[in-house]
Design a protein around this ligand. Structure first.
Ligand code: ZN
Length: 106
């Protein structure tokens, strides 16, 4: 009956779409921010996902930096080069890991 029986599979998290906005899409939005665009829509979706999915960026370990990026970019400022580079590296590393884990599922 309980669908939470059995070992915790990280892939189970990935199939969750929190309010129709999946964790993978969050990363895509972050990339958009890194590339220099900040729309109110993108910012709102990121913020809502962070609220709806507390495990998401805690899992990534970059929640604070994402928030800093949103705050900076959405005020019309350029993200500091150091922040951009660290986010790029961490997101790339994390998405590669998750991609490898997800691939056998399909
Ligand atoms: Zn999430």
């Amino acid at each position: 009956m309980s669908e939470s029986s059995g070992p915790v599979d990280p892939r189970a998290d990935d199939s969750d779409s929190h309010g129709g906005f999946g964790c993978a899409e969050v990363i895509a939005e972050v990339w958009t921010l890194l590339d220099g665009e900040c729309t109110p829509d993108a910012r709102e979706r990121l913020r809502r996902h962070l609220e709806a999915c507390p495990g998401c960026f805690k899992h990534y370990g970059i929640e604070e930096r994402i928030k800093a990026l949103i705050a900076t970019k959405c005020q019309g400022e350029k993200a500091p080069e150091g922040l951009r580079e660290r986010l790029r590296l961490e997101i790339r590393r994390t998405t590669i890991i998750r991609d490898v884990q997800q691939r056998p599922a399909q």
